[in-house]
Design a protein around this ligand. Structure first.
Ligand code: NAD
Length: 297
């Protein structure tokens, strides 16, 4: 497996400048765009409204500033020069020139399902489509296109810029060439990958969502506070983050959507979302992104 590099300096001159389409400018699309800019790419960033795109650009600006402070990005580079590498749009048509598209829209199958036939018509025939889905099988996504061999799963971890390894999922028809193109892009991002076969939730979320859901059941059953549950994992197991702080970081709505995909796909009751999770999402407690989840931010 390729070695991971933690210091990334954009080298616009000697790196092939690739236009990467990023659909969805939420938590992941925003983090991914920052990571792409840090490594010298151009990004076509798509979301539903100008307002969402504007918020995303503001966050990207903060993330790039942090990258400079943390030494991942050369301080001499002007932020505006980097931000100028983004083409924002609310229209998928803007993806015509993309070499590689990464889809990061909400974890809801009816929403994702309609995107793929559209980009299949819009994008050039060599363009690879990668989904950053948390749980939806890649083979099902690929079946919405006329190019199933060019569809792959790349499950980035959050925050994208700081996580060096990406779970990469081969759908039933994913070709060796598509896998290689994907590895090349990940390598340009300074990341390595672990390649797995397709199945609901792949490896990471099939396991981690059971873990986080059970932690929520424990709080719901009043066996311990959220803090005590997380302390057991950080202090007894030496995990960096407890399951509930992790859920807050991911977004409780995304956790719920992902558990619903796992439950519907497997019909296995072990994936039944804890009612407390549903109640918190209904109440607008989404974790870090709303300022309040199991913990306050
Ligand atoms: P999010 O809710 O923060 O962002 C989703 C974005 O998609 C929103 O800005 C929304 O407006 C946009 N969107 C919805 N429909 C759209 C459409 N038709 N066209 C364009 N944009 C559209 O969600 P997120 O946390 O960024 O998750 C995005 C994807 O990444 C999901 O599939 C999720 O499961 C996956 N994922 C999330 C994490 C995480 O830690 N949050 C980690 C890995 C993978």
């Amino acid at each position: 497996m390729q070695q991971v590099t933690s210091t990334k300096i954009p080298t616009f001159k000697d790196k092939p400048l690739k236009k990467i389409g990023v659909i969805g400018a939420g938590v992941m699309g925003t983090g991914l765009t920052s990571a792409l800019l840090e490594t010298g790419h151009q990004v076509i960033l798509i979301d539903l409204s100008a307002n969402i795109l504007e918020q995303s650009i503001n966050t990207i600006r903060q993330q790039l500033r942090l990258a400079m402070m943390e030494g991942r990005l050369d301080r001499k580079i002007k932020l505006d020069t980097l931000l100028a590498q983004i083409t924002k749009s609310t229209e998928l048509d803007a993806l015509q020139e993309a070499d590689f598209v990464i889809e990061n829209i909400c974890e809801k199958w009816p929403l994702k399902k309609v995107i793929y036939p559209k980009i299949d018509d819009i994008c050039n025939q060599n363009c690879v489509f990668a989904s950053n889905t948390s749980a939806i099988p890649i083979t099902r996504i690929a079946a919405q296109t006329q190019r199933p061999s060019k569809v792959i799963g790349i499950h980035f971890m959050n925050p994208v810029a700081k996580k060096p390894v990406v779970e990469t999922i081969r759908g039933f028809h994913t070709s060796d060439e598509t896998l290689q193109t994907t590895k090349n892009l990940l390598s340009q991002l300074g990341k390595s990958c672990i390649v797995v076969n397709d199945g609901p939730g792949f490896i990471s979320n099939r396991i981690s969502h059971l873990f986080m859901n059970e932690a929520i059941w424990v709080v719901q059953d009043q066996l311990a506070s959220a803090q005590a549950v997380d302390d057991i994992f950080t202090q007894c197991y030496s995990h960096k983050t407890g399951p509930l702080a992790t859920a807050d970081l991911i977004g409780l709505d995304t956790i719920l959507n992902t558990l619903e995909v796992l439950y519907q796909d497997t019909l296995d009751s072990k994936f039944r979302p804890a009612p407390l999770l549903r109640k918190m999402v209904d109440a607008g407690l989404l974790g870090r992104k709303s300022g309040h989840g199991f913990f306050q931010y």
